[in-house]
Design a binder for this molecule. Sequence first.
Ligand code: SAM
Length: 335
Amino acid sequence: MSAWLDQVFCEDALEGLRRIPDGSIDLILTDPPYNLGKDYGNASDQQPADDFLAWTERWVDAALPKLKENGSLYVFTTWRSAPEIFVMLKRRMTMMNEIIWDRRVPSMGGTVRSFTSVHDTIGFFVRRKDYYFDLDAVRIPYDAETKKARSRSIFIGAKWLEQGYNPKDLWSVSRLHRQHAERVDHPTQKPLEIIERMVKASCPPGGVVLDLFMGSGTTAVAARNTGRHFTGFELNPDYCRLLAERLALPLAPGPEADALQVPAARARAKRPAPPAVEQQGSDPKARARSKVRAADPGTDPGFLAAPPKPAGAKAAARKRTAGKTVAAAMIDGPE
Ligand SMILES: C[S@@+](CC[C@H](N)C(=O)[O-])C[C@H]1O[C@@H](n2cnc3c(N)ncnc32)[C@H](O)[C@@H]1O
């Protein structure tokens, strides 16, 4: 097995991409910083606007050669940067969809000088006409009532009625709250439901998904859950540790595990896996810190018992108690 497959490297994505052979990736699914000033324990979300766009262009140009000719790209962003980022990407690829993720944020106030923003914007891009896309894998079943309304003989056995409908480009899925079992301590963790839909539609079983900005590892978990391989990067050592913990949870036995055709996948299902994370960060202090934490539970009370609080989450918690304005921004702000 390739040294970079089913690994998340704790390093800068631009450096890490050198590990990935050109033309080896089926799907780039990535959720980069949106440049909204969030604290990920690094300055990645707090760049001057021009620098942010130039950096986005740099990682896009470094990542695209890794994609297979029939591969796809999904990129999360916000309405603030989507126009520039989508124009830049349209010079390189064909845009298939702008998907709106409605985070189902309840009405709790927030801004008073504009409309409350409750969605994230996701661009879906391809390279060629024969791009991989498996609609049947993501159809949404009709409910019993709808099926009953279509009970005339001409509808009986109709594939679309039996298999369900094509998801629309508005995805209404609740953001993850503290009470969601899936939730870990990352300020912008995405729901698996969304990521798994993209993976199933745009990466063949046994294929490879690349996420340059893994955060809490949702893309890696979704790939593994659906029988795909993953690879990617994360800069913050605390998040690297968090995602290693997520990936160490057992993989449910079944066709997805088999689709990977990796015997180790089955073995992992029976015992906690060693963290699929390599510490390769360019900051030697951060690297040493995270190695110590991963190796020595004694230095870190609560190791394994409870996930650590990543630097960004701690700062966010501080801000939450600091004042109303920030609290409102957190309710309404993009994920
Ligand atoms: C929006 S979050 C990703 C959240 C993720 N989708 C999840 O569900 O948890 C972006 C992540 O990119 C990381 N990051 C920022 N700059 C990076 C870089 N140059 N290389 C790798 N990771 C980076 C941040 O630390 C942050 O965790």
